[in-house]
Design a protein around this ligand. Structure first.
Ligand code: HEM
Length: 408
């Protein structure tokens, strides 16, 4: 790829709280389709930020995900997904792999899980009450809830689920040095070995879970064993990590903007869906960028001609703050109109589990808001601790307090 002098360096730093990334804001305003360099890997690539352009890049077949074996500018020292991950497969083969798990993530399947989600939350809330009236919401409720949900969907036994959390925390980082990058690689391989062993157990004794469906697909020749292992690792680790951090961020927003909390408490039934959507749009979920695409021919994007063979990243976070689509994007407005947000991506590679993630957020928020009407942050927002060197942003913990007499 050609080098230019004007490529900007996107050296992703930890940002305070949930502050919007100034580099993305600058890109949206002044350079919506631009050349950048990243901290790791070699060469230059493109960053696309506007809503319309991001939708084009992520849905047009001239942008391929077949990037394995190339030297790619990237945010991390290590390579996060396993090589056979669905992330690097183009249509139509991509649909072959995803169709194996898709029936478990339809609206019908997720609606059937909602009752169970409420039961799990009820149990966690009882434990929270017993631990209160001051406790950490992340370790007491948010993390175990997300872990239980994805664990049940995939079929990971309860006693093994904390390992998913530990692998995700070790792998999904920006690894400061080579030692950390090595630990990340080890975590990825440990997850792969674990899922291979779990697949073996389900082959002998199948159940109604995603792992059993994937094993049956391997045995029927629809996918191979490595595709199973890569997909299980992606779903397991993302399924906990993304939901845990995103719902923790949502609770942080509600606790620090009491007028939003009050509105939700006033009309929980009708408002929870739109509120979760708007929070998904507003929360700057990710630090930096995810996986790139490569142009298979020259393509014009937002008036800029991107030549063939160039690596292109999109920012869904930036697209969700595109002023042309979402006026006053920094304001959280539960009545906001306009096109759907892109927090779960767009096109064939969009998230496998958006309905599961939304359902979890709706159950978690509505239960906490309803059961703990006096809940508030136990520290000032300035004293909150945020995770560092992570790919998905979120607080270390969420210390809250409530007056026990008001628990209903
Ligand atoms: C709030 C929670 C979540 C958010 C914000 C989120 C967001 C995303 C985004 C932005 C992508 C990438 C789209 C792209 O590459 O262009 C993605 C992909 C993916 N997500 Fe999620 N996700 C969440 C929860 C989940 C859950 C619960 C699962 C469990 C099944 C999951 C599994 C996956 C998988 C397997 C992919 C790769 C899809 C592919 O390349 O075909 N995610 N997600």
């Amino acid at each position: 790829m050609s080098q230019t002098d004007d490529a900007r360096i996107y050296d992703v730093h930890d940002l305070p709280g949930l502050a919007f990334d100034p580099f993305l804001w600058e890109s949206l305003s002044n350079a919506p389709v631009s050349r950048i360099r990243l901290p790791h890997g070699t060469g230059e690539c493109w960053l696309v930020t506007r809503h319309e352009d991001v939708r084009l890049v992520t849905s047009d077949p001239r942008f391929s995900r077949d990037i394995l074996g190339r030297s790619v500018p990237k945010m991390t020292r290590h390579f996060i997904p396993l090589d056979r991950a669905v992330s690097f497969v183009d249509p139509p083969d991509h649909a072959r792999v995803r169709s194996v798990v898709a029936p478990h993530f339809t609206k019908r399947s997720i609606d059937q899980r909602r009752r169970r989600a409420h039961l799990v939350m009820e149990g966690l809330c009882r434990d929270l009450e017993a631990a209160g009236p001051r406790a950490d919401l992340v370790s007491r409720v948010i993390s175990p809830f997300a872990l239980a949900m994805i664990g049940e969907v995939i079929g990971v036994p309860a006693e093994d689920r904390p390992r998913i959390r530990d692998w995700a925390q070790t792998l999904l980082t920006r690894a400061r040095d080579d030692a950390q990058a090595l630990r990340a690689e080890d975590a990825k391989q440990a997850a792969r070995s674990y899922f291979r062993e779990l697949a073996g157990r389900r082959r002998v004794r199948p159940r109604q879970d995603v792992m059993s469906a994937m094993v049956a697909a391997v045995d029927a020749g629809r996918i191979d064993e490595e595709e199973l292992l890569a997909l299980a690792t992606l779903m397991g680790l993302n399924g906990w990590h993304a939901v845990c951090n995103n719902t923790a961020n949502m609770m942080y927003v509600l606790l620090t903007q009491p007028h939003l909390m009050e509105r939700l408490r006033g009309e929980p039934g009708d408002l929870i869906g739109p509120a979760v959507s708007e929070l998904l749009r507003w929360i700057p979920h990710k630090h930096g960028v995810g996986q790139p695409r490569i142009t298979t021919e020259a393509v014009e994007v937002g008036g800029v001609l991107i030549p063939e063979g160039e690596l292109v990243y999109v920012s869904y976070v930036a697209a969700n703050w595109d002023e042309a689509v979402y006026p006053d994007p920094g304001r959280i407005d539960f009545e906001r109109q306009g096109p759907p947000h892109l927090a779960f991506g767009f096109g064939p590679h969009s998230c496998v589990g958006p309905l599961l993630a939304r359902m979890e957020a709706e159950v978690l928020l509505s239960t906490l808001v309803g059961r703990f009407p006096s809940m508030r942050l136990a520290v000032s927002p300035e004293d909150m601790k945020w995770q560092t060197d992570v790919l998905i942003r979120g607080p270390v913990d969420l210390p809250v307090t409530w007056s026990s007499t008001t628990v209903e």
